[in-house]
Design a protein around this ligand. Structure first.
Ligand code: GTP
Ligand code: MG
Length: 351
């Protein structure tokens, strides 16, 4: 399952976004909250309309909302631990004036971006420091942990240089020694720039700069107005359409968030279809038919024989599985077949 943690300064719109994504409003005053979000996908909607299944299941991501980080939280904040297992961070950056003042008194997205990343760096430093202290204070000169010392010191030096763990080259052996340590600065980030409604569609200078940073790191960036999307989400479906058109928004940013998170982590979607269930599944890009089988159930991977594969495009264009087969466009593939985004997969197996 894909897991994401939301980070950002206080009052940047994190919880507003979290609620939009998950339909869940966390109780106030809690340092973190967790809920599932559907990954909206118009292909699932079309397949569902075609098969009229009893159940339609979208891709899902698990999202954790966090209290705001401010300068000085990184080293001490235990609540950061709740997003330590997350595969990716959704980093919300405030660019709206709003009714409540920015905690630092002014709107400065680049400054805020740097503060949050610095806090994450400090949290990583604290992690390494704790581990180093524990090993060093252990009375035995040899024993479990001692072999970790050189690599931990290497990490510390790197972090003290203000560099993220993602940029530290490590040998396989060193990586092994670090197992069990999860670093925030090793996680990819989806930057969500929370704009004023009036600024939607504009590209201020700082945004260019943020985009460049994000590109260089291989991250993703998108802009939206959480406030406006919250208001839109409370309208009827028809009214929503009109509104989005008026604002020149092709698709709600919240739909993009979930999809961009997929892209950030190199995931594609494949589908299973039938009268019982139409369902989207996530798979690492480059994953094989047997990986896809294993995503559905370990039994399917174990007893994998072959898979029937057709593409979503062909199915929609030709209107039925039978028509796709008739045209010779359905494939019967072996376990090494590389699954493509949008493949409709039926696993033949025997256990
Ligand atoms: N104008 C405007 N206000 C927004 C926007 N997004 C959030 N807000 C407002 O900003 C305030 C803070 O929003 P939250 O979503 O609670 O922010 P948060 O980042 O979760 O805040 P903390 O949990 O305190 O760190 C609320 O009053 C929101 O209504 C936006 O896009 N535009
Ligand atoms: Mg919040």
């Amino acid at each position: 399952m894909l897991t994401c943690g939301i980070v950002g300064l206080p009052q940047s719109g994190k919880t507003t976004l979290f609620t939009l994504l998950t339909n869940y409003t966390p109780p106030e005053g809690k340092p973190s909250a967790i809920a599932m979000a559907n990954v909206p996908d118009s292909r699932v909607d079309r397949l569902s309309a075609m098969y009229q299944p009893r159940k339609t299941v979208y891709g899902q991501i698990q999202v954790t909302d966090l209290a705001g980080l401010s300068e000085g939280t990184g080293k001490s904040a235990a609540f950061l631990d709740s997003i330590r297992p997350a595969q990716a961070l959704i980093h919300v950056i405030r660019a709206f004036e709003g009714d409540y003042p920015h905690p630092l008194g002014s709107i400065d997205p680049i400054r805020d971006f740097n503060i949050v990343n610095h806090e994450l760096l400090l949290a990583d430093m604290a992690l390494v420091e704790t581990r180093l202290d524990r090993i060093k204070s252990s009375s035995k000169t040899k024993g479990p942990g001692k072999e970790q010392l050189p690599v931990l010191e290497k990490c510390m030096e790197h972090l003290l240089d203000e560099k993220p763990m993602s940029l530290l080259p490590l040998t396989e052996e060193e990586q092994q020694q670090l197992q069990g340590l999860i670093f925030f600065t090793d996680k990819p980030q989806l930057l969500v720039v929370n704009l004023d409604e009036a600024d939607l569609g504009t590209t201020p200078q700082w945004l260019d700069k943020l985009m460049a940073i994000s590109q260089e790191k291989g991250w993703r960036l998108l802009t939206l107005s959480a406030q406006i999307e919250k208001e839109i989400s409370q309208l009827s479906t028809e009214e929503q359409k009109v509104f989005l058109e008026e604002l020149n928004i092709l698709e709600p940013g919240t739909a993009l968030v979930a999809r961009e998170a997929y892209t950030l982590l190199g995931l594609i979607a494949f589908f299973t279809v039938g009268s019982d269930e139409v369902r989207a599944w996530a798979l690492k890009q480059g994953g094989t038919a047997v990986d896809a089988a294993g995503t559905i159930h370990s039994d399917l991977a174990r007893g994998f024989i072959r898979a029937d594969v057709l593409s979503y495009e062909d199915l929609i264009q030709l209107g039925s599985e039978a028509a796709v087969k008739e045209k010779g466009l359905a494939q019967l593939v072996g376990k090494d077949y590389i699954v493509q985004d949008g493949d409709i997969v039926h696993i033949r197996f025997n256990v």
